[in-house]
Design a protein around this ligand. Sequence first.
Ligand code: SAM
Length: 219
Amino acid sequence: MSTLNTIAPLLNRLFEESDAMSVADIPAVATLSGEERERLMRSKTDYIHMYSQLKDAALPVSRETGALLYMLARSSRARVIVEFGTSFAISTLHLAAALRDNGGGYILTTEFEPSKVARARENLKAGGMLDLVEIREGDALQTLRGDLPNHIDLLLLDGAKALYPEILSLVESRLRPGALIVADNADYSPEYLARVRAAGSGYLSIPFADDVELSLKLA
Ligand SMILES: C[S@@+](CC[C@H](N)C(=O)[O-])C[C@H]1O[C@@H](n2cnc3c(N)ncnc32)[C@H](O)[C@@H]1O
């Protein structure tokens, strides 16, 4: 029995609660035009305001991406994981389940919405995973600026999309050769995609399913 099976009822409940809430119905979002939404998703400056309007929404990775995260972390025997964008910790729970089945480890995750940090702690506690996770509250541009683990096995990028290049730059020197990077909805950051896909970038990178860019640090 894997830990992912053990926490499946909790994950199902969290995904169902998320499915029941339509982001498009949140008043601050409903009034935005399609173009304005696109612009906000790609903005390097307006993300704090946008995500504060979405503070009650889990915005989780898909169920498939959640399973993929467990599989990648489990099969690579990951022990050290960094996550950008905790929200309610649905992705964190998948990653933590893999660490538990790998024999233990450490996840550093970061979120700037205080109410989301509280929800994440509650969910991690309910899943019995709090001992594996450090949540740094604040903007990842600051919280990931220092005091990082030395050998990171897996990086999940799932916060403000436009910041993916900056966040990669903050943690890049700590990614071990062979480390995996999962970037959710990276299409919103052409700059990030160009960087990891460039010849000689030091990464092998492919789009995976519809919404994930999967990259491997070569050396
Ligand atoms: C798509 S959600 C993350 C979902 C989560 N990974 C999951 O699957 O359960 C993105 C989260 O990142 C947070 N966020 C966005 N930009 C951030 C930043 N610069 N620093 C910290 N948190 C950020 C948002 O508040 C939001 O909760």
